[in-house]
Write a protein that binds this ligand. Sequence first.
Ligand code: TXE
Length: 493
Amino acid sequence: MTDPLPDPRPLVIGGALRDATSGETFETLEPFSGAVIARVQVASAADVDAAVAAAAEGQRAWAALSGAARGAVLARAADLIRARRDEIARLESLDGGKPIQETPDADVDSGADCLAYFAALAPTIGGESQDLGGLGGGPWFYTRREPLGVVGGIGAWNYPFQIACWKTAPALAAGNAMIFKPAEQTPLSAYILAEVLAEAGVPPGVFNIVQGDARVGRMLTAHPGIAKISFTGEVNTGKAVMADSAATLKTLTLELGGKSPLLVFEDADLDDAVSAAILANFYTQGQICTNGTRVFVHRDVLDAFLSRLLPRAEAIRLGNPLDPETQMGPLISPDHHASVLAHIDRAVADGATLLTGGGPPTDPALAGKPFVRPTVFLAHDDALPLCREEIFGPVMTVLPFAAEDEALARANALPVGLAGGVMTRDLTRAHRVAARLEAGVVWINTYNVTPIEMPFGGVKQSGLGRENGRAALEHVTRIKSVYVEPGPVEAPY
Ligand code: TXE
């Protein structure tokens, strides 16, 4: 790679920077200032074809290595990411509006940890064998756990570098090649992943970057040379990805949206419960898919909970994401800002009680920028759009409940089921509620903690498959069974 990268940013195909042939570019803006950070070239169908060809060629050599050899390369890449931690964190804050308080840990460390984790698993990927009688002289079979070939990755804009790593690490550990399309709002940090993978020794073509919006995403989901799509984004987009992938029967990992519940029982430590609710709604400006945006609070502790929550929400410092004092940055774009404000206005019109926040900050230094103050509603009607639709901003809805069964029925009533949380000192109840919540991830007495060792993903319409943990390897490999007959073929005629 050359440094600095040329402007407009090119594609990365076959281990080299390559100009797109579409003749089209787009701009990526800094959410805080609205300034253009860089222009980026849009991939054409021919560019995607070239990426698939390069990936297929690179994948053959990459899959021919042992798992241990692949693991050693990925482990080096993890170290190279950690060596560039501040640079990557700053770029994520600049391009995504995320506070510099968050990005070193939540984005960069998570990405490096992911590469290190799957580097360690790479040598362990294998099959099984079993005798079928005859004390070793009879028939037997073995299985081979094989890579899928070329994987297409499509990223969302809220955790650009982390998502690129979460999709690439297991895919490459298993011997696949990756063609990654970042979200058009945050296209820049993926180039650093390409650089560190190349420097670590990943062969040309094993990791490629194509850039563009939905049109390029659809080139990936339609391409016959791509065996699998790993997608992160909205529920409806996930359904479109699934539909488009059907024509070539791709396997899918879909990490989609949610409207997750956090249940606060009457015996909970209320300071911890408020901390969990804040983590579940205001971290990364509330732009986190797993967010516990429906906070069900037992009615006996509702006032005590709110009296602790509101001052802490109002004390959150909004500002320039690159300022170390900033705790909440701007939303990703003016369009998304308008969408979140529209949700808030509709909730007020629908009769929900606005307890704090509800609009842009009053600070003149932030005027005209896409900020939303930490917002808390109290609602009594689960049918409101406020209580059913993903807002993807700093908007928490507090919902009183009286009994465990009632809270669970209400928590499980939506078609989505990504995550959930339960705050209680009664651990029998905690595990009972965790078992009954319809979700892919449940946190007991905390929220939004995602270690790489723990499988991550949703149920119902929040997605398919899992990222992270050993489970991720199931979704980037296929099993071949090999039956061995040592004796004569017994034929019926
Ligand atoms: O999603 P979009 P966004 C979800 C989060 C929220 C959404 C925000 O809940 O709903 O992501 O991200 C490309 N065919 N998660 O607004 O619009 C598009 O170019 C193929 C859940 O970016 O769905 C972009 O790269 N591709 C997650 C990507 O899809 C298409 C955690 C996502 O775009 C396409 C983070 C199409 N038809 C965010 N249309 C989790 N569950 O882990 C768009 N794209």
